[in-house]
Design a binder for this molecule. Sequence first.
Ligand SMILES: [Fe+2]
Length: 293
Amino acid sequence: MEIIQNGIKLHSTLPNFFDEIQINSGTVHHSQQTKSKVNYLDWSFVPQYEDDAYMVKRDWRNLTPNEINALKAKTDRNYYNTIYVGDISEELKDIFEALRFKECLRPEDVHECMKRDHDMTLKLSNTMQNYLTDFANNQPFHFHFIGANLPNIDMVAADNTMLPADHQEEDKKCMGIHNDGAEPTSVHESYKSGNRFTINLGTETRYFLYVNLSLTQAFNMLKKKLGISVEQIDLYNISKLFFKYFPDYPVIKIPQKPYQYYIAPTDHCFHDGSTEGMSTLDMIMIYFGKFQY
Ligand SMILES: [Fe+2]
């Protein structure tokens, strides 16, 4: 495996945070690895992957002291060079409990929880607005998404925009480790897109997987390796090119326990979510902004 470079760092005030972070030896084309299978309620299927999807290898281990040092954020933290992990406030936890998200069994139940208690949903919205102001760095932020993934999927992200509205969970095609395109921009401007604040509303630990390189660093590594011109690398092909030519670059695995958040610049680094090993519904709520602390 390659040694991790200085890139996108990690910051948390949670006790023993780095003890639970893991690292592997890189990525592999999805056809080369056995996928986890969904066996939940009446679902029983192996998720499909896009033709050129790359998955994370399964040889996870704890970080070495040198790796912790390379990943630990210093004082120059901002919204695009650091990933933050922490616990949400007790006030927010109480509201999520009152909305009874933990009773959701199916992805569509999540919206029902909010519809059946309009006042509590409004309280959630207002409390979130106040809570996130402390992270927002005086920049605008907004609600993006609340939804769910089935348990025991290796890499959950799927582009559903090409599927009919009534598509089934089995129809989704996982895209593998990727960079988001929340804002149409360029590789070198992708840091400007901001970051996401994602809360785990479920009852089990889920995982955030990421490569600790900015898209700019990935671009420069490709350029050096291949000598290809700037025009041939864009936001759409950079992930496939990177994992094709740097399969040994490690991926970092961050556990996200119930009612913990992570903040990450997902337009600006390769990442995915994972529900591997879970047996209950994975539920998340996402805001977009330029969060930091
Ligand atoms: Fe993503």
